[in-house]
Each structure stands twice: as C-alpha cells, then as structure tokens.
Design a protein around this ligand. Structure first.
Ligand code: TYM
Length: 326
C-alpha cells in the first residue's frame, strides 16, 4: 500500500478552501493508502502566536479532522511537535536546500510582503525545509494538497533528489496529488485572491460558520456584469469560483455544470445549498468532539507514538548516510 502524508496548520479557522482542496480528499484517500495526517503546530510558529490560543487551536484542528471523517484507527493522526524527529531532520534539510531556492518560494514572498514593516522570522524563510522533513520522514509516496502547496512539494522532491545523490539512496521522492476541482478556492469577495486563514472577511467561509451566514455570503459573492455562466478563471474569476466550489462538493466537472445555469442567482443558491448540506453533519460531529478535548489528546498521543516508530527509522538512515555518529 502506498504511503501518504499531508499536513494542516492549526492557525485560524479551517475554511472551505482547506476542506475542498485537502480534507475531503484526505478522507477518501485513507481507504487506499497508508495515510498519515499531521497538525503542523511548528509551522504555525513561523508567525506570531498566543500560547493558549495555539494550544486550543491545535486540538480544535485535530477535532476538525476527526469531524470531517479521518479515522484514527485506519490513519495515523498526530501533532508535529510531539514527534521530535521533525525539527531534527529539518536541520539536514536546511543544509540541503539553497538560499536561492528558498527565496523563490511564492508563499514566503506573499507572507513577507503582506506587511513589510512587521517581524519576519527566519523560520518563515526556512519553512519549506521543515515541510520537506515532514514529508520525507515517512518514506512518503504521495502528498495530497491544494494548488498553493504545489511548489512546496516540488522543492521537497528537489531536496530528496539532491540528498540522495550526495549521500546515497536515503529518501523516497514523493509526488503531489492535487484535486481536479477545488484545488484553489478563491475569496468570495475578492475572487482574484485565494481563500485564506489570514483574511477572515466577508469572502471567507469557515467550516464552523453559522449556516445562515454562509447562505448570505454566497448570495453576496462577487461575480461580474456580463451575466453569462461560463467556466473561465481569468475572465470570470467569481463565477468560475462558484462553479469550482459546486463541482468539488458534488463531485462534478465545473465546466459541465456551467451548461446547466443561465443566471447567477440560481448558481449561487445551489452552491450555498450544496455547501451547507456538506457542512451540517461536520458541524454536528465537531460539536460532539469539542466537549472532550482529553479524548482527542489521547488519540493524538497514540498517533504520535505510531508516527515516531517510522520517523525514527528514517531519521537514523539519514543521520548515518550524512555521517553523524550514533
Ligand atoms: P495550510 O494549513 O495552509 O492548508 C492546509 C491544506 O489546505 C489547502 N488549501 C487550499 N486548497 C484550496 N483552496 C484554498 N484556498 C486553500 N487554502 C489552503 C492547502 O493546499 C493544504 O493542502 N504548508 C502547509 C502545511 C504543511 C504540509 C506539510 C502539507 C506542512 N507540512 C507536509 C503537506 C505536507 C500549509 O500551510 O497548509
């Protein structure tokens, strides 16, 4: 069975982009893969965090994975900082990736440009090295992610190949899996920008939002004035985003869906209804889990123990090949 790894940051609320670009696929893929899912709290530290909020959010994110349908019996689910091999391997990754490669990462450029006066941590810059460590520590074959993470998986492949050629065969070189619809969910108010945890405005739909509020947000979604329902991301970003969302939720092709609509109103209404039908049971399961954080922490500890068995073997292999003594 091929090995699968993916991760999500515990910063901010889980939104529709996370759900459709990643989490729903994680649930499906756990049937056919040896799947490992990680709440990447060390990645969250690249931006300023409040301690109590980070703790709460780490557990809440794990509960969201459970509510969406990750089964901790079939998959391994854990928190990154509970497996110390992640930051240990990250150092070897930092010494294998170049300054130039890290400088070309669009996620770093976006985040550091957003507010150039604020504190930009070195961790934000070396972030892809930690992400490469996450993936390579598990002899991962495939990494299911949204389109915004494609570049991070590609740099992971480059790091793995370079390490293997310098130090001998050590790492499996992973491939990404990007879903056909939903890989890039855009902000409903600014469809030129992706939906993001860092912009929690009227264009964001969070999985735990009040359902009436979600319906309103779709009703007010920005479209355009030509009135034609077509899938054309460049010319019609708002309408195409609605078609992508509806396509991802109903497992249909967004272009084929466009033929079924002649007006924006019904498209908005159907998209809202489909999203709400998907979120309602997730919200109900989340509310049940929310009352028992101790049980979630117990499951996470078990997951970390399972993950560490694999991670410690792969780290030992990398240490040996690079010349560190036992
Ligand atoms: P994060 O926490 O930003 O997002 C988690 C997952 O959600 C996807 N995603 C989206 N998909 C579609 N449309 C959107 N608007 C949207 N926004 C987010 C992301 O592509 C991702 O799959 N660096 C990663 C976390 C990470 C990781 C890893 C992922 C750390 N180590 C190892 C895979 C493997 C991140 O910040 O994801």
């Amino acid at each position: 069975m091929s090995r699968l790894f993916s991760g999500i940051q515990p910063s901010g609320e889980v939104h529709l982009g996370n759900l459709l670009g990643a989490l729903v696929n994680w649930v499906t893929l756990q049937d056919e893969h040896d799947a490992i899912y990680c709440v990447v709290d060390l990645h969250a530290l690249t931006l300023p965090q409040v301690a109590d909020e980070l703790r709460r959010s780490t557990i809440a994110t794990a509960q969201m994975l459970l509510a969406v349908g990750i089964d901790p019996e079939r998959s391994t689910m854990f928190v990154q900082s509970q497996v110390p091999q992640h930051p240990q391997l990250a150092w070897l990754m930092e010494c294998t990736v170049s300054y130039g490669e890290l400088s070309r990462m669009t996620a770093f450029k976006d985040k550091s440009n957003r507010d150039s006066t604020s504190f930009i941590s070195a961790g934000l810059f070396t972030y892809p090295a930690l992400q490469a460590a996450d993936i390579l520590l598990y002899d991962t074959d495939v990494v299911p992610v949204g389109a915004d993470q494609r570049q991070h998986v590609e740099i992971t492949r480059d790091i793995a190949e370079r390490f293997n050629s310098r130090h001998g065969d050590t790492f499996v070189v992973p491939a990404h899996i990007i879903p056909p619809a939903g890989a890039r969910i855009m902000d409903l108010q600014n469809p030129g920008n992706k939906m993001s945890k860092s912009v929690d405005g009227a264009g964001t739909v969070n999985v735990l939002d009040d359902l009436a509020k979600i319906a309103k947000r779709f009703k007010r979604a920005v479209t355009d004035s030509d009135g034609d329902v077509r899938f054309d991301v460049d010319a019609k970003p708002g309408v195409s985003n609605l078609l992508s969302i509806l396509g991802a939720v109903t497992d249909r092709d967004p272009e084929a869906l466009a033929d079924e609509y002649s007006q924006y109103g019904p498209l908005k209404g159907d998209t809202a209804d489909a999203v709400i039908a998907m979120l309602e049971p997730i919200q109900a399961r989340y509310r049940e889990l929310e009352d028992d954080p101790a049980e979630t922490m117990r499951l996470l500890r078990l997951g970390a123990d399972k993950a560490e068995v694999i991670a410690s073997e792969v780290l030992a292999r990398a240490r040996r090949n690079v010349g560190l003594i036992d």
